[in-house]
Design a protein around this ligand. Structure first.
Ligand SMILES: Cc1cc2nc3c(=O)[nH]c(=O)nc-3n(C[C@H](O)[C@H](O)[C@H](O)COP(=O)(O)OP(=O)(O)OC[C@H]3O[C@@H](n4cnc5c(N)ncnc54)[C@H](O)[C@@H]3O)c2cc1C
Length: 466
């Protein structure tokens, strides 16, 4: 019954229900899906109460930590929405290099707490994202190439199961639930109330260089990043978006960030970008600036995410040759949506020294990551930009090895986000942990039998061995 719950319990039609529902989604494109009840949990007992309430009222359960799911996956009809944004407690044990964090804390907040103690955790590139949804779906982080998907650094979880039991899952107790929590994302079938994590020493130097080109240089710049992306230890963020620097035509910007212990090492790493074949056409540069991830988020990434706009995201992992991607990209450049719509290309995997992956649900990744994000103001444009993003990502499917749940567009384009084997195991575990199907699962879901799709015909990009 709702009287077990200390936090707010709002039902459809209640005063403030609609503002809480809208606030649960970070951008203006709030989906037309209506939970029956929203529980704003104050503590872990409230989560137990909310799970029991769902069982009593024959409703399903959806969970929200920070509401940064692009598709608003947590907003579902016929559910109790358990909102964990007030569960924000963090502990740090510097000696043991471990910590705990509740799901409502934002990655940026966690990292600034850790920075004061010279520690680091691989949190996401934007300021607002909470760790709940971020860690469950994988976690594509600052310096992520050095640490792997952030869920690899989760050593245990505290969770509330579908029968309202509070449990702990680690490598020895309830190990299958920990396995699932590392990558199931919105398909997870329990409520995580606390993550136990490994912490790392903070590298002394974060150094960033930026290069900016007109779209006419796109083919050379993207070809270069496809060539060197795997070899360089530096994190590369190649972005395309309309910008005043190019009179609102698409601009290509390369942001390279080195995480090192000495300035010399960082400068050495960043010098590789001087050899980009498009160097002669560069509009402007910012070279070798010593900075930190909070500043990089604030000045570099955050301005592309405006909560007053409607957004749609989609993405792919690939190791394709850029020549194969170029025809679709060339077509996109001619019809690029208004700012702050953008596309990012990150180098990610396949490099020397990449950390070994533990057994975990997260199982699809590749050398390069493309994320495509359309942003618009007028709801009348919903179809136009949904089609623009979805159709352009669909055109790249022959070159994709899968997608990342971080930027999923499963409603419009179901695609492979875990291996078929892991998908089967997740389904089996769901049947065990949530036998009555209380928890909602992926919105739209994976493409069945998708292991066979895409990758087989992909022409590998040429590689330059170090
Ligand atoms: C502006 C922006 C920037 C982003 N940048 C990055 C980035 O740099 N790297 C990256 O990897 N991702 C990034 N993302 C994607 C983001 O990590 C995912 O959307 C993630 O799900 C957001 O976490 P959240 O807690 O805010 O999600 P929510 O929207 O609250 O949750 C998403 C889903 O996760 C599940 N869930 C959340 N919390 C829990 C819990 N405690 N227990 C059980 N299930 C839960 C629910 O099924 C829910 O539907 C970004 C998204 C946005 C909008």
């Amino acid at each position: 019954m709702a009287n077990h719950i200390e936090g707010r319990v709002l039902r459809r039609g209640d005063y403030r229900y609609e503002s809480l529902r809208r606030d649960a989604c970070w951008h203006a494109g709030v989906p037309d899906r209506y939970p029956e009840v929203i529980v704003l949990a104050n503590n872990e007992d409230d989560v137990v109460g909310a799970v029991k309430l769902a069982g009593e009222e024959d409703l399903q359960i959806a969970v929200r930590s920070g509401g940064h799911s692009w598709s608003g996956s947590h907003l579902r009809d016929g559910t109790v929405l358990i909102d964990l944004s007030n569960l924000r407690h963090v502990t740090v044990d510097k000696e043991a290099m471990t910590g705990t964090a509740q799901p409502g804390i934002k990655g940026s907040e966690l990292n600034s707490m850790l920075a004061e103690k010279d520690l680091f955790f691989p949190t996401g590139h934007c300021t607002g994202v909470s760790i709940g949804g971020y860690l469950l779906q994988g976690g594509f982080a600052w310096a992520g190439r050095d640490y792997g998907p952030a869920c690899m650094s989760v050593t245990a979880i505290d969770a509330v199961t579908s029968d309202g039991e509070r449990i702990h899952a680690d490598e020895t107790r309830n190990a299958d639930l920990l396995w699932a929590a590392r990558g199931a994302g919105p398909g997870f079938f329990a409520v995580v109330t606390r993550f136990h994590v490994k912490l790392y020493p903070r590298k002394r130097i974060t150094m960033n260089s930026g290069y900016f080109w007109p779209a006419s240089a796109a083919r050379d710049v993207y070809g270069f990043v496809h060539e060197i992306g795997r070899q360089t230890p530096t994190e590369i963020n190649l972005m395309c978006n309309r910008d005043p620097m190019t009179n609102d035509e698409p601009l290509i910007s390369l942001n390279a960030t080195a995480f090192t212990d000495t300035e010399e090492e960082a400068r050495e790493q960043l010098s590789v970008f001087e050899s980009c074949p498009a160097h002669a056409h560069v509009l402007t540069t910012r070279l070798n600036e010593v900075t930190d991830t909070a500043t990089l988020s604030r000045l570099g990434t955050d301005p592309h995410y405006d909560e007053t706009k409607h957004y749609l995201a989609d993405n792919m992992w690939t190791h394709a040759a850029f020549d194969d991607l170029w025809p679709n990209f060339e077509a996109m450049l001619k019809t690029w949506p208004p700012a702050p719509s953008h596309m990012v290309l990150y180098n990610w995997g396949g490099h020397e020294g990449q950390p070994e992956r533990p057994p975990m649900a997260f199982s699809v990744e590749d050398e390069l990551y493309y994320g495509l994000y359309a942003a618009w103001s007028d709801p009348a444009d919903d179809r136009k930009y949904t089609d623009w993003v979805t159709n352009h990502m669909r055109a790249w499917e022959p070159y994709a090895s899968g997608i990342q749940l971080a930027d999923e567009n499963l409603v419009n384009r179901p695609y492979r986000f875990v291996s078929d084997e892991n998908l089967r195991r997740l389904d089996d575990l769901r049947a065990t942990w949530d036998p009555h199907g209380l928890f909602v699962s992926w919105l739209g879901g994976p493409k069945p039998g998708a292991d066979a799709a895409g990758v087989s015909g992909m022409r590998r990009k040429r590689t330059v061995d170090p």
